[in-house]
Design a protein around this ligand. Structure first.
Ligand SMILES: NC(=O)c1ccc[n+]([C@@H]2O[C@H](COP(=O)([O-])OP(=O)(O)OC[C@H]3O[C@@H](n4cnc5c(N)ncnc54)[C@H](O)[C@@H]3O)[C@@H](O)[C@H]2O)c1
Length: 384
């Protein structure tokens, strides 16, 4: 699938007078639906509240397996269009992630537009919670970038359709340690395939993004005596890690000039693109970030051509959604969650096996497994 790309001229459209209302739609207007049609979304909701400054988009991609579930991200997007593209790509990723993880939920995601450090507060999160509530359980939320369990507490004040709540509220807590554990398992599987051993001791591993997932991943890697390199755009985030772990710091704009064995993207998506892949000099890519491949076909193949083994993001970062899924089901059990997350190791090896047999890229092979499950379960529904 070619992923929806953002037109540069989206702001050029000038309002016209009434006589032109019945004219065919202008290119810019048609393109509003192009990503939705291309990725086959069910529903996209734009949310606005002047008092709190809330601007949010909730995207429900697919509910064949169950209600759409996926976290909320807050980011200072360069444009509303960029936010739309992000939420469309992220929600489709959730459909694939939830399907390959064997969960009975569909895919959705929400983005809040704005600088979390300046705009995020109780009123904004509660207003967002009201919008989630208005969907009547078709979309369930949780944490993603720039969200904490405290934020989910605020959302819970307005709606029951939220997970990733703190322990004291009967929730499963922050999902990111479980996400990081799954990424660690996927990375070990990739090491097994690339080096013949799952051991990461002595491997140079660059973790890009030292937020929640990145930091827990670093903890696992340091424990195994890997040589960890880190990068982030915020000094305070870097300091939190250097205060705790023996790591080498690489500046954010030097990541692809550095030398390492394994690249672990744990920030935002799209870091695997024409420019970065040309420079990238490593054996494995395995990280927690969603939508690492800017274009899943072109860049999935480009990695294969460079001899770099890619562990598909939506497969190996499924630990966190598994964690909140059991909270949603109402029978949360940490051991069960960790056991299920550990199985990411086996599934990742299965994906590599499939690639060896079919010649597909890891991304394409993982998508095939996820889509086969959705099709099989979708066809299995009994008529009323
Ligand atoms: N939290 C989860 O359980 C979970 C689950 C699945 C996937 N993910 C994905 O993992 C990634 C990280 O999520 P998180 O919860 O750790 O978010 P977070 O907000 O805690 O951390 C993200 C970090 O990335 C840094 N960053 C942003 N742009 C950067 C850049 N260009 N270079 C270096 N660092 C940069 C930020 O400063 C921040 O420290 C996201 O893509 C998210 O969608 C998270």
């Amino acid at each position: 699938m070619r992923l929806f790309s953002v037109p540069n001229n989206i702001n050029n459209h000038k309002p016209k007078n009434m006589i032109e209302v019945n004219e065919p739609l202008k290119k810019e207007e048609v393109s509003l639906f192009s990503g939705i049609e291309e990725m086959n979304h069910e529903q996209v909701v734009f949310c606005h509240d002047k008092a709190t400054g809330l601007k949010a988009i909730i995207a429900i991609h697919n509910t064949v397996l169950g209600p759409a579930m996926g976290g909320t991200r807050m980011w200072h997007y360069a444009s509303d269009r960029e936010a739309l593209t992000d939420v469309l790509r992220l929600s489709r990723g959730m459909t694939l992630k939830n399907a390959i993880a064997g969960l009975n939920i569909g895919g959705g995601k929400a983005v809040l537009i704005g600088d979390a450090r300046k705009l995020k507060n109780e009123a904004l999160m509660r207003r967002f919670g009201k919008f989630v509530n208005s969907l009547g359980g078709k979309y369930w939320t949780a944490e993603d970038v720039n969200m904490s369990t405290k934020d989910m507490e605020y959302v819970r004040m307005e709606t029951p359709y939220v997970t990733g709540l703190p322990d004291f509220m009967g929730g499963s807590g922050d999902p990111s340690p479980v996400t990081a554990y799954g990424v660690y398992m996927g990375m070990k599987a990739a090491a097994k395939k690339a080096y013949g051993s799952e051991k990461l001791e002595g491997k140079k591993i660059l973790v890009q993004g030292t937020g929640n997932v990145g930091t827990y991943l670093i903890e696992n890697l340091v424990k195994e005596k890997a040589q960890v390199m880190i990068s982030d755009i915020f000094e305070d985030k870097i300091k939190k890690v250097t205060d705790r772990f023996p790591v080498e710091v690489v500046s954010a704009d030097q990541v692809f000039d550095a030398n390492f064995d394994i690249y672990a993207p744990c920030a935002l998506g799209g870091t695997l693109n024409d420019n970065s892949i040309e420079k990238l000099n490593c054996d494995i890519v395995a990280g927690g970030a969603n939508n690492q491949l800017l274009d899943e076909n072109i860049h999935g193949k480009a990695l294969v051509n460079k001899g770099i083994l890619y562990a598909p993001d939506f497969l190996i970062n499924g630990g966190g959604i598994t964690n909140v899924y059991y909270e949603y089901e109402g029978n949360y059990n940490r051991d069960r969650v960790m056991n299920q997350t550990e199985r990411i190791y086996d599934t990742t090896l299965e994906v590599f096996e499939l690639c060896a047999k079919s010649g597909a890229t890891p991304q394409a092979a993982a998508i095939q497994i996820a889509e086969n499950r959705i099709a099989a379960i979708g066809n299995n529904k009994l008529p009323l």
